[in-house]
Design a protein around this ligand. Structure first.
Ligand SMILES: Cc1ncc(COP(=O)(O)O)c(C=O)c1O
Length: 355
């Protein structure tokens, strides 16, 4: 079975190592370390399992529209934002179309685009530039979009794995000039940014499709839930290729409950930000040098990422080896709760002493 590499626990790998999932502290998946709102479990108990879910996710769509101050027809719900990435590719790409991706980044943009026969160019920010896209906004990327009739551009804001935020006004300006391109702006980590001042409040141009996730900040990774905000004409094209009932009834109920508990979101993210700041400080005290990031996850240069990941996993600690992003020297770490972060730091320091 051919699958792309992602963070999170791999059960087959744990089996080989003789470890159980409950023995693992997972710093490799970028999720709220405090989990979902307790109201989610209560809501799940009330979901009738013998009925089909609402195909249009009407109630959830209404709630998301209210939260984002947009009309209901500007919202499409999906089985995680991953489904919406694939729907964008399936709906908009044909063999030979050009796709531009700002990298290093989430691999599903490239995978979905290639699956549709598109030609993909990745414009990679480098470690030397702190993985920040340069101003004026990644010149080569801008030129390609303006000159080569790029059909779809994928950008993540903030980006995974680098944690860098994009100058959104520049993206919107470019989108205004390149109406032939669909800009898929993946905002899966938008709720997890430490400084929400980076958010743009001006309405997006109609050729910008914004993707959001409820699996990250709301801790619903196992249920799969995401949504797209965009022009109704764009969403209709995506909906045309979406399988029926792709968002199940449990996910819809969980989404409504999670969105209803703003207090949990605010408080858990506040504590996560504090935990991350403290983790960074501990790492620096041990002369480790995390890459500054706007997110609750960040990159750390360790030399040999695959070796470090294996050594930590044997101690029950899972981090993301970034080799698949083209960064074989970096691991990615998502903050967990303070007491768990202490275990990570000790393991990293012990591992370094063993090299
Ligand atoms: C940038 C980015 N977008 C989308 C996704 C997929 O998220 P979801 O769980 O909403 O499908 C991920 C998951 O890691 C991601 O890193």
């Amino acid at each position: 079975m051919l699958m792309d590499i992602h963070g999170g626990i791999d059960l087959a790998e744990l089996d080989r190592l003789g470890l159980r999932p409950d023995q693992i502290l997972d710093f490799s998946a970028n999720l709220n370390p405090f989990g979902p709102s307790p109201t989610v479990r209560l809501a799940l108990q009330r979901v009738p399992l013998d009925r089909y879910p609402d195909r249009t996710c009407r109630e959830l769509r209404r709630t998301l529209a209210r939260h984002n101050v947009v009309p209901e027809e500007c919202v499409l719900v999906g089985n995680g934002s991953a489904e919406l990435i694939w729907l964008s590719a399936v709906a908009y790409l044909r063999p030979g179309n050009h796709v531009a991706i700002l990298g290093p980044t989430f691999s599903e943009y490239e995978r979905a685009s290639r699956q549709m026969g598109a030609e993909v160019t990745i414009y990679r920010a480098t470690a030397e530039q702190g993985f920040c896209p340069r101003f004026p906004f990644e010149r080569s990327f801008t030129e390609a979009v303006l000159e080569r009739q790029v059909r779809v551009a994928f950008l993540a804001n903030p980006n995974n794995p680098t944690g860098q935020a994009l100058p959104l006004h520049e993206v919107f300006d470019l989108a205004d000039q390149a109406r032939h391109t669909l800009f898929v702006l993946d905002e899966a980590y938008r709720d997890c940014v430490i400084d929400p001042a980076t958010r743009e409040t001006r309405p997006s141009p109609p050729n910008v499709l914004r993707l959001r996730s409820l699996t990250k900040a709301h801790g619903l990774a196992g249920l799969r839930l995401g949504y797209a905000l965009g022009a109704p004409e764009v969403l209709a094209v995506l909906q045309g290729v979406q399988p029926p009932w792709s968002v199940n009834a449990l996910a819809q109920a969980a989404g409504l409950a999670a969105l209803g508990d703003e207090n949990h979101l605010r408080e858990s993210l506040r504590q996560s930000c504090e935990a991350k700041a403290d983790l960074i400080e501990q790492l620096r005290r041990h002369r480790l040098d995390p890459v500054p990031a706007a997110t609750l996850f960040f990159l750390l240069l360790v030399g040999d990422a695959a070796r470090t990941r294996s050594a930590l996993l044997r101690r029950g600690i899972l981090v993301r080896d970034c080799t698949s992003y083209g960064l074989p020297g970096h691991i990615r770490i998502q903050t967990r709760r303070p007491e768990e972060n202490v275990r990570l730091v000790s393991a990293l320091v012990e591992d370094r002493a063993c090299i």
